[in-house]
Design a binder for this molecule. Sequence first.
Ligand code: SF4
Length: 374
Amino acid sequence: MPTLKDVVYEHVREGELYETLDRNRVRCYACGHYCPIPEGQPGVCKVRYNRGGKLYVPWGYVAGVQFDPIEKKPFFHAYPGALAYSFGMLGCDLHCAYCQNWVTSQALRDPSAISSPSQASPEALVRDALRQRAKVLVSTYNEPLITSEWAVAVFKEAKAAGLTTAFVSNGNGTPQVLEYLRPWIDLYKVDLKSFDDRHYHQLGGRIGPILDTIRRLHEMNLWLEIVTLLIPGFNDSDDELRRLADFLANVSPYIPWHVTAFHKDYKMDDPEDTRPEDLFRAAEIGQNAGLKYIYAGNLPGLVGDLENTNCHHCGELLIRRYGYFIENYRLTTDGCCPSCKTTIPGRWASKFQGQIADRPFLPRRRSSLVNILN
Ligand code: SF4
């Protein structure tokens, strides 16, 4: 029976996001680590490795597939109510102690992270997505930047079938990987975990590449939303939140900012769970910084108007939500406020097309995705 490492090392092909260095080393630029990788070694993410002076990258499998409401990603300004076919692979360039997807993201780094990947092709994934009437195909769960070559192969197929494509990412990108993705990706969510480089060091990264990625994504005109999981005592001081919100407002006050509630997970069980009043405080800081669209997540029904979308110009209620459920949708066919006619930033369908699910579910038929470890 193959081990997880065997599976990861067998399901590869030569990557495109690298250059060769001296002494058979390669430099990967799929993420902000820019690992120089000696012959026979993997990069920090453990899933891209140097064999014979070439960089091999993940290919031909998924570690998990799920149908999610697009609101779970979360995208609140892109096709509300749409079904998002969400797939992940293995590995991550960071090692956050509170990761909710650690079983796949920490594969080959944490011995208890054992998952069971399935064989997949871009065609099979797109077929599955269309069968359930998904509108969006999302690379998520592990860090998608480190598996960008595979994501692009899937997204090419998805776009040919008329689907929208998206990344749910930690944002630790590089100019090279963003240019590589640009023709094939429509929506991008960045998890801005902190505004303190020391905190990012604890998670295994640096803040610089993440802020740079946010600026570039906005300049590239990809639809961008930002999430900050508010962890009491880690990233929730007024000062840190103020600097974070000022940065975002400076890039654009129209970028939606989701502040979401932490609950104990993986190795982080010290902080208390986030309370509604913590989210209200963060939202007020964002409003004072000038951000126009601030949402509070993970506490449905407890955060008042912060689940809803209101027009930034006249305040009219445009979308009323409960958790991921769309209760009311009032944008015009051209994505404007029905009251003052202001254009609302986002990617909108010409009309609300109903909601297939307001909670995640697994694909019913997965015959085309064959489990590899069985
Ligand atoms: S994706 Fe990032 S962590 Fe992985 S090998 Fe490339 S630069 Fe290193």
